[in-house]
Design a protein around this ligand. Structure first.
Ligand code: SAH
Ligand code: SF4
Length: 347
């Protein structure tokens, strides 16, 4: 922003380099990191810093914050959905869910998405820009402050394709798990991708202990290409090989997301084909009845279909469950809120 340094996106090493380059001792970096982690929005709030360092931060840096534009709380469970805005006016969605093991947040990695999946509200409303690492952190900090809770799990399953914003996402993963930051361990973080094969391979090289979720949504390329344009660039054979390699390199079991769409991918024959493709893999299949997005014409599979699909996979030795839906009364699947927001602005 205005050529200034994005203070909250700096690693501890870079922050230390910044303070020492301006003639301040190293320990000032830790103090700044503490303030940032508490959600300080400007240098004036950093009470224990000398005036000269505050001045320096004001002159050379900016601090990312996410502002709550809208907030919806589910009547059925404790799910909270936010529409956050950034200073340039762009908006993203985040969803906070309460589980028995703690609070979990689903954050966005881009404003919109380039991947164009036909069932997805985000994919349908186009792409504006990628988020910086600090803007990803800001969503977590803003939600924690608003709800007065500590969030212990993060899923990168909101708006955007994380692996289409690779460098910023990698930086975010480093910062969010840092002891000087939110200190959320890699095993409590899940990254979901539509399957950009070269980037899955690159991620595997980093050998992070995060969970990888891959949006499969079909048992073969023909059906997959009907809803996911990315399937034409990276066929399933290559995608599944990348997932096997990912497991070999990281030891982390891959989760496959499978949105069940009535009459499209939910037949018993599809379950059998999927089981055959995934045979021998150390994986888990997450079945999600598709969320109906206006204008797509897709309907969710009925309960009987869902159960039959699970049974076939399980019988063939593939771990599979139907995901519980949270916040169904507040459009908690990402992309829908911003889409409605944009529509209202248009009219
Ligand atoms: N771009 C990444 C992560 C964000 S989407 C990805 O595609 O994996 C998060 C998940 O929501 C993906 O599994 C995506 O396929 C799924 N999704 C998107 N729209 C949906 C809808 N209408 N119903 C059910 N799942 C949906
Ligand atoms: Fe993008 Fe994921 Fe939506 Fe596909 S499902 S359009 S990759 S956000």
């Amino acid at each position: 922003m205005n050529g200034k340094t994005d203070l909250k996106s700096l690693t501890m090493e870079e922050l230390t380099a910044f303070v020492t380059a301006h003639g301040f001792p190293k320990f000032r970096a830790k103090q700044i990191a503490d303030w940032l982690q508490k959600g300080a929005a400007n240098a004036d709030e950093m009470k224990n810093l000398p005036a000269e360092l505050k001045e320096c931060i004001r002159n050379y840096c900016y601090i990312s914050v996410a502002t709550i534009e809208k907030k919806f709380v589910s009547r059925y469970d404790k799910t909270v959905k936010y529409l956050f805005s950034f200073p340039d006016g762009e908006c993203v969605e985040s969803v906070v869910m309460a589980y028995h093991h703690g609070w979990s947040i689903c954050i966005s990695t881009q404003v919109g998405c380039r991947m164009g999946c036909t069932f997805c509200a985000t994919g349908k409303s186009g792409f504006s820009r990628s988020l910086t690492a600090s803007e990803m952190l800001a969503q977590i900090e803003a939600a924690q402050r608003d709800l007065d809770v500590r969030i212990s799990n993060v899923v990168l399953m909101g708006m955007g394709e994380p692996l289409d914003n690779f460098d910023n996402v990698l930086r975010f993963l480093e910062l969010v798990s840092s002891e000087n930051g939110l200190n959320i361990g890699a095993r409590h973080i899940t990254l979901s991708t539509c399957g950009i094969v070269p980037k899955i391979n690159e991620l595997a090289e980093h050998r992070l202990q995060i969970n990888l979720a891959v949006s499969l949504h079909a048992p073969n390329d023909e059906i997959r290409a009907k809803t996911m344009p990315i399937a034409k660039a990276y066929p399933m054979d290559r995608l599944l090989k990348a997932c096997r390699d990912y497991f070999d390199k990281t030891g982390r079991r891959v989760t496959f997301e499978y949105a069940m769409i009535s009459g499209v991918n939910d037949g018993d024959e599809h379950a059998r084909e999927l089981a055959q493709r995934l045979g021998g893999m150390h994986c888990h299949v997450n079945l999600i009845p598709v969320n109906t997005v206006e204008g797509t014409g897709y309907q969710k599979s009925n309960t009987e279909r869902q159960q039959s699909f699970v049974n076939i996979l399980n019988a063939k030795g593939i771990a599979a469950t139907v995901r519980r839906t949270l916040g169904s009364d507040i459009n908690a699947s990402c992309g829908q809120l911003r889409r409605n927001h944009l529509k209202k602005e248009d009219s």
